[in-house]
Design a protein around this ligand. Structure first.
Ligand SMILES: [Ca+2]
Ligand SMILES: [Ca+2]
Ligand SMILES: [Ca+2]
Ligand SMILES: [Ca+2]
Length: 399
C-alpha cells in the first residue's frame, strides 16, 4: 500500500493583510496594564521590605536588650558585700546602693502618648568579675582587676527620633578597684572633685591634690564613691533635671558611647523586694504596689516595690532622717561615721553614739533603711521607633 498523497491546498491570489504595528489604543491599554502591574510589584516589595526592616529592628533590639540584661545579671551576681547595713570599712567588702528617683512606672500609663516611665533610678555597687578580670584603661595601657565599682543609670538621649516619647540611653560606668598605687600621673595635675577622668578607669578619691586608688573598704565610705557631692551625706550628684550630670558619662568626650549599654530606653525601673508589701486582688487581676490602679493590699505578702513608694512595708516607708538623704535610697552605709571624729548630726558633739554601748538608737547617723535587703528587680523597657513596638526585659536577683 502506498500512502495517500498529501493534498496541499493553496489559495491562489489571496494575501493576508500584513500589520506593521499596534494601534494607539492598544499601546495605551498595554502600557496602562504594565504600569498597574509594576505599581503592584513595587507596592509588594515595599510591604516586604518594611516588614523585613521592622522584624530586623525588633530582632536587633531584643538582642541588645538581652545582652544588657546578661551584663546586669553578671554584675549583680558578683556583688562583693552582704546587703545588710551597717558595713565596716575594715571588712573590705565594698557597698551596695539603690537610689529611687521620683518617677514611677505607673506615670507612663496615664493616657499619655509619652511612654517614658521610671527612668530616674540609679544602681551602684562593687562587684567581682566571675569570668576573668575587668579590663580598663590607664593612660594608654590596659589595667585589670577582679573587682570594680559599677554604676547603672539613664540619661536623656541627645537625638530624639520620635516626637511625643522621650528616649534615654542606659549608661554603665565601670571603675576598677585595684591596689595599683600611684605613678607620677596620679599626683597634682589630675581630676578635681567629681569630674571623671576619661583616661583612667580606676575608682579614685582625692586626698589634697593627689588621687588615690580606692580599695573595697574605702568604697564602703560613701564619700569615696563615684560622682558624690562634697559634704555628708555625700549624695549622688544630679543636674537640674534630677539626672546624673553629663560629666558622669563619656558624653562630650572622645570616649562617647563607650559607656552606653542600651539606647531607646523608656524605663529603667529598679525595685526592691519588700516582704511586707501586699498584692491587691481585684475581680480581674492581681495588682502589685506601683502598678497603675493599685489601691492597697488585700492579698499575699511580698513584692518588688519602689523604695519609699508608700506601699506599707518597711522599705516603702520614708527613709531615716538620720541618714540626711532626701531621695529614697538603700545603702549598706558605713560604721565609720560613728567614730570619725566628725559631728554629722550637729548635735551633742562628734560621735556621741560611740560610747561603748552598741545601741544604734544613740548613733548620730543611720542607714536610710536599716534593714536587710533580700532582692532587687530591674525592669528595662525599650521603644522601637521603626516597628513602633515596646519590649521589656526583667532582671531579678536575690541576695
Ligand atoms: Ca524612680
Ligand atoms: Ca523604681
Ligand atoms: Ca561622726
Ligand atoms: Ca553628733
Amino acid at each position: 500500500m502506498t500512502p495517500a498523497p498529501v493534498s496541499v491546498r493553496r489559495i491562489a491570489g489571496h494575501h493576508q493583510p500584513t500589520r506593521c504595528g499596534f494601534s494607539l489604543t492598544e499601546l495605551l491599554v498595554a502600557s496602562s496594564i504594565a504600569l498597574i502591574v509594576m505599581a503592584a510589584i513595587a507596592n509588594l516589595f515595599g510591604v516586604f521590605s518594611r516588614a523585613m526592616s521592622q522584624s530586623q529592628s525588633t530582632v536587633d533590639l531584643s538582642a541588645r536588650m538581652r545582652s544588657a540584661a546578661w551584663q546586669l545579671r553578671k554584675d549583680l551576681s558578683g556583688i562583693t558585700c552582704e546587703v545588710v547595713p551597717w558595713l565596716s570599712p575594715e571588712a573590705d567588702s565594698g557597698y551596695f546602693e539603690v537610689i529611687e528617683g521620683p518617677r514611677r512606672d505607673s506615670i507612663a500609663q496615664n493616657g499619655s502618648a509619652n511612654l517614658e516611665a521610671d527612668t530616674d533610678d540609679t544602681l551602684l555597687f562593687t562587684t567581682r568579675s566571675l569570668d576573668g578580670s575587668f579590663v580598663g584603661r590607664h593612660g594608654n595601657d590596659a589595667i585589670e582587676s577582679p573587682y570594680a565599682e559599677i554604676a547603672w543609670f539613664c540619661r536623656e538621649a541627645a537625638d530624639q527620633p520620635v516626637t511625643g516619647t522621650k528616649l534615654y540611653n542606659l549608661h554603665r560606668r565601670q571603675f576598677l578597684v585595684t591596689a595599683y598605687v600611684g605613678t607620677a600621673a596620679f599626683i597634682g595635675n589630675m581630676i578635681n572633685g567629681p569630674l571623671p577622668n576619661i583616661d583612667y578607669d580606676l575608682s579614685l578619691r582625692q586626698e589634697g591634690n593627689r588621687l588615690v586608688p580606692n580599695s573595697l573598704g574605702d568604697l564602703t565610705k560613701r564619700e569615696n564613691r563615684f560622682n558624690r557631692q562634697p559634704n555628708f551625706p555625700f549624695a549622688f550628684r544630679v543636674d537640674g533635671q534630677g539626672r546624673p550630670p553629663s560629666n558622669a558619662t563619656f558624653d562630650n568626650t572622645p570616649r562617647v558611647w563607650e559607656d552606653v549599654i542600651l539606647t531607646n530606653v523608656i524605663a529603667f525601673d529598679v525595685r526592691v523586694f519588700d516582704p511586707e508589701a501586699r498584692a491587691q486582688t481585684t475581680a480581674t487581676s492581681t495588682l502589685l504596689p506601683g502598678d497603675p490602679g493599685y489601691g492597697g493590699g488585700n492579698a499575699g505578702y511580698g513584692a518588688f516595690v519602689d523604695l519609699g513608694g508608700g506601699q506599707g512595708g518597711k522599705l516603702g516607708a520614708a527613709i531615716s532622717q538620720k541618714s540626711r538623704l532626701t531621695l529614697p535610697t538603700y545603702d549598706t552605709w558605713s560604721t565609720h561615721y560613728e567614730s570619725n571624729g566628725l559631728d554629722e548630726d550637729g548635735q551633742q558633739g562628734p560621735d556621741q553614739g560611740a560610747d561603748g554601748i552598741d545601741n544604734p538608737q544613740t548613733y548620730e547617723t543611720s542607714p536610710p533603711y536599716p534593714v536587710r535587703l533580700d532582692g532587687v528587680e530591674v525592669r528595662i523597657r525599650c521603644y522601637d521607633p521603626t516597628a513602633k513596638q515596646v519590649r521589656q526585659i526583667t532582671v531579678r536577683h536575690g541576695f
